[in-house]
Design a protein around this ligand. Structure first.
Ligand code: ACO
Length: 376
């Protein structure tokens, strides 16, 4: 039994996985055998999900069948829509609405793959439905003729999206689909390891993803760029933040000690998208300038810590250019990551092992009970 205390668990290897390999010192991410930069900008989201779940790329016939299986499961139960409607009326945060929506889903049938298809498809519909309701519009029902990413954008905007926007979103969803034993994936694995169901695991994972130290960073990262507003303000603004001991959102990573390779994939996708939209080009340029200054200051304030740009910084820019507000960045992250969570749930089930680490007791022993009327 391990006796050494490791509070952040970074030295603990708690699972074997074939889903993704995160090499923090080399800045490499492999997803089911493929370098992330090789596959993320090329595959459809459905291909990526298939790859994670079946450990190989689908044939054309398999992809068509799998795409239909996902597409036919996008509809939400009426009670989930009612729940989202009530949440929107109370201006609930979109990530909390996603957690409520996911938790309301029903587990149907006994085939875990069919259940997993429903959860992946319905997660996207929950986010799209909530966005519509929040803006005061009626939900747009799914169109099973469209691919996952295209239909998500259509359900949000009410009209078919341009192919370049679909490609950008798919590249993003593929890039974040899986990433080793990150906090939300670990949370999902802990839950299914108790033999609980996958909806419970995904609801728990959504809760873990919400935190700003994990998936909640892109909103604050973009807010920071907006607050800076002009590149001349960047240095004093960032310096002041660091002097106050604050963290710069979108920088640093528990595993990556060089630039997060996902940041490169998303930089390219963001640059392509922004190149088509002249109005936003200035924001892209401001963000890249802020990034350069932030990296210099992080090296000055935290020398040798190798704090580099992480995935969240360019996530923010890409999703902003797709027209999403920062409050919804983390729910969109979940639309991609849910496929990875479910693949991990399956792997965890195959081990049949409950996850139950130990803790080091640091309290007292042998205290004596004092009745209430004798306590001061
Ligand atoms: N800004 C300023 N200082 C930082 C930052 C940052 N972004 N990140 C780490 N540091 C500091 C820490 O405070 C620590 O300082 P200290 O030793 O003087 O106390 C030092 O750098 C080393 O920190 P690490 O041990 O490398 O950081 P840790 O592994 O605990 O945290 C984390 C990683 C949580 C991602 C952190 O870098 C952070 O808070 N970043 C900002 C939030 C963010 O962008 N999160 C998204 C991560 S990507 C994802 O989860 C999808």
């Amino acid at each position: 039994m391990a006796t050494e205390l490791d509070i952040g668990l970074e030295r603990v290897v708690a699972a074997a996985t074939r889903l993704s390999d995160v090499q923090g010192q080399r800045g490499r991410l492999t997803i089911a055998g493929f370098p992330a930069e090789e596959i993320a900008p090329r595959a459809t989201f459905e291909e990526m999900v298939y790859l994670l779940w079946y450990n190989r790329l689908p044939s054309p016939a398999e992809l068509t069948g799998f795409g239909k299986e996902l597409a036919n499961r996008r509809d939400l139960p009426d009670y989930t829509i009612d729940l989202l409607r009530s949440a929107a009326a109370r201006s609930v945060d979109p990530m909390d609405a996603l957690r409520m929506g996911v938790a309301s889903l029903e587990i149907r049938g006994s085939d875990p793959r069919t259940q997993a298809c429903s959860v992946v498809s319905q997660t996207a519909t929950i986010v799209a439905t909530y966005l519509r309701l929040q803006s005061g519009a009626d939900p747009v029902p799914p169109d099973p003729e469209l691919g996952h990413a295209a239909d998500f954008l259509r359900m949000v905007e009410g009209e078919a999206p341009a192919p370049a926007r679909v490609r950008a979103l798919e590249t993003y969803l593929n890039t974040v689909i899986d990433h080793g034993l990150n906090a939300s994936t670990f949370a999902a694995r802990v839950i299914v390891a108790t033999d609980s169901d996958m909806v419970s695991a995904i609801a728990g994972a959504v809760g873990a993803l919400k935190g700003p130290l994990h998936g909640g960073a892109p909103g604050p990262a973009l807010d920071m760029v907006f607050e800076i507003g002009d590149i001349d303000h960047a240095e004093p603004y960032l310096r002041e933040k660091l002097e106050r001991g604050e963290r710069l959102m979108g920088f640093g990573h528990r595993v990556y000690k060089v630039r997060d390779p996902r940041a490169d994939i998303l930089t390219l996708a963001t640059r392509t998208l922004y190149a088509e939209d002249q109005g936003s080009q200035s924001l892209y340029e401001l963000a890249s300038g802020v990034e350069t200054i932030a990296l210099q200051l992080l090296e000055e304030f935290k020398p040798g810590r190798n704090l580099q740009t992480n995935v969240e910084y360019y996530t923010a820019l890409l999703l902003h250019c797709l027209g999403f507000s920062s409050a919804v960045f983390t729910p969109i992250f979940a639309i991609g990551r849910v496929a990875g969570w479910l693949a991990h749930c399956q792997e965890q089930r195959e081990t049949g092992r409950l996850i139950r680490p130990s803790c080091q007791y640091i309290g007292d022993h042998d205290r004596i009970w004092v009745p209430l009327d004798q306590r001061s």
